[in-house]
Design a binder for this molecule. Structure first.
Ligand SMILES: Nc1ncnc2c1ncn2[C@@H]1O[C@H](COP(=O)(O)OP(=O)(O)OP(=O)(O)O)[C@@H](O)[C@H]1O
Ligand SMILES: [Mg+2]
Length: 227
């Protein structure tokens, strides 16, 4: 049985997939069996044959050089809206027993499975007469620690600290943060890093610059975050 880590972010489009690609690449290049899993993706591209394409999984595959079967997504929706709404539009609600099965099947196959969330920590995955499930409920159900991707720029102290406080409230272990769109030498960004670390007590493990091709974090330090 392998280990897994949940990647969430301070919001949608913050760079979870971009950074996850670098994370999986680092683990794979170090010789580990590394895989990627996402429970629900909305805003899928539509292929020439009308098939829905899981863009996040394809990006991670390309970045890390994974085989197709090593990056999987359980639910793929077309509309670029929150999964709970996309599922409603397509009358295809998420079955969390299936998600749990898919997750454990993937976890069995790899040394390190990286699980990407949807949106930020408060992302409704299913909200109908039968069930109310938010992303944080899924992290709790899968018993994972969370690594939070945050933008390095203005506004990140608020977003990062709120995310950390919510994780604490839900008793989800916080592995740390990765800052994205980092500009070395920027005084505000350097201060954001210090403030987020001091206010949350969790480390900013790596700072990823625009267009970065590698994660500035050693494979062993990265692997140690997985549980
Ligand atoms: N460090 C970076 N350098 C260059 N491009 C980046 C970087 N980080 C993010 N991007 C680009 O910004 C866009 C949004 O990033 P990404 O898809 O990783 O966000 P996300 O948090 O995974 O979004 P979602 O919530 O939809 O899953 C993408 O086009 C991505 O390639
Ligand atoms: Mg993504």
């Amino acid at each position: 049985m392998g280990k897994a880590l949940f990647i969430t972010g301070t919001g949608t489009d913050i760079g979870k997939t971009y950074v996850t690609g670098l994370i999986v690449k680092r683990l794979k290049d170090a010789g580990f069996r590394a895989g990627y899993y996402k429970a629900a993706l909305s805003g899928a591209e539509v292929g020439a044959d009308g098939a829905l394409l899981p863009g996040d999984a394809l990006f991670v595959r390309r970045t890390a050089g994974l085989a197709a079967e090593d990056a999987s997504v359980s639910y793929i929706y077309r509309d670029a809206v929150s999964p709970h709404l996309a599922a409603k539009i397509e009358s295809r609600p998420i079955d969390f027993d299936k998600v749990e099965r898919d997750f454990f099947t993937a976890k069995e196959r790899f040394d390190y499975l990286t699980v990407e969330g949807s949106g930020g920590i408060i992302c409704p995955l299913r909200w109908d007469e039968k069930e109310h499930v938010v992303l944080d409920d899924l992290i709790v159900r899968l018993q994972l620690s969370a690594l939070v991707i945050a933008d390095a720029g203005l506004g990140t102290i608020n977003a990062a600290v709120l995310t950390a406080e919510h994780l604490k409230m839900r008793e989800i272990p916080l592995a740390g943060f990765i800052f994205n769109h980092w500009q070395a030498g920027d005084r505000m960004q350097e201060d954001n890093k210090k403030m987020v670390e001091e206010m949350t007590g969790a480390p900013v493990l790596a700072c990823v610059e625009k267009g970065a091709k590698d994660l500035p974090l050693a494979a062993d330090a990265l692997a140690a975050l997985y549980a």
